[in-house]
Design a binder for this molecule. Structure first.
Ligand code: ZN
Length: 242
């Protein structure tokens, strides 16, 4: 299992970078998880868009879905030019009217996923849990050959997330907030809470992502270190997680 970080900014991207987007490559399938602002541009550094097999969207906030409609145009053009044969499935929950927009003519198809459900693609087993966020959002756990990566998507701290992420080899956690804003911004974790989550879940390693557009990110590591003693790193463009 290999994940390449395409974008790690919360809210809006820095110049030349992207908000949430993660490229998951397995034995025979290529899957995009979240498709935020500028992710489509970053994705083409690594793959041909016509090789993409599936997309999973955690929720419908712009920093996770902004590029999805341009991706649909790419699928249409590749299909019309004979470069792509298959419809592109886009998996997401359907508790939002925007779900309907994931189906685009005969080129892409929105496929509903529910929390507490499983999705099998290739030899990846995806499971989901509804997070605590102003709009419905799903955290994603990816298991392959007994190795597990859990991606929190956007969420507040809640006990169910600890159980969901338990014994993950890697916890890819949002860390939108410095300590000073902890519990003051609904629906997001501080870096310290990400550290606490990793410690409580007994994760092997913590990667902080969905980072704030201000301050010194090294401070986020320090704040999560107060709780979590194993390896902690900051997500960055092109970071490969194995
Ligand atoms: Zn977000």
């Amino acid at each position: 299992m290999q994940i390449t970080v395409l974008g790690y900014w919360g809210a809006y991207p820095a110049a030349g970078e992207a908000t949430s987007g993660y490229l998951l490559q397995g034995k025979s399938k290529i899957i995009l998880i979240d498709c935020g602002s500028a992710v489509l541009s970053q994705l083409q550094r690594y793959i041909e868009l016509s090789d993409l097999d599936a997309v999973i969207i955690t929720h419908y906030h712009a920093d996770h879905i902004a590029d999805i409609h341009c991706l649909q145009y790419a699928v249409m053009i590749d299909t019309l030019r004979g470069k792509r044969q298959n419809i592109l499935p886009i998996y997401a929950h359907n508790e939002d009217k925007q779900f309907e927009g994931l189906t685009y003519r005969e080129y892409t198809e929105g496929v509903a996923i529910r929390s507490e459900s499983n999705l099998l693609i290739d030899d990846f087993d995806f499971s989901f849990i509804k997070t605590v966020h102003p709009d419905p959002c799903l955290a994603v756990k990816i298991t392959q050959l007994k190795k597990t990566i859990t991606y929190t998507a956007d969420t507040e701290y809640f006990d169910g997330l600890v159980d969901f992420a338990r014994y993950s080899d890697i916890l890819l956690s949002e860390a939108s907030l410095y300590r000073e804003y902890e519990n003051k911004v609904p629906g997001h974790l501080s870096a310290a809470q990400a550290g606490k989550l990793a410690a409580e879940a007994q994760a092997g390693e913590l990667i902080l992502t969905h980072l704030p557009r201000y301050g010194d990110h090294k401070q986020l590591i320090k704040e999560s270190r107060e709780y979590f003693k194993n390896r902690i790193q900051l997500a960055e463009s092109g970071l490969i997680i194995k």
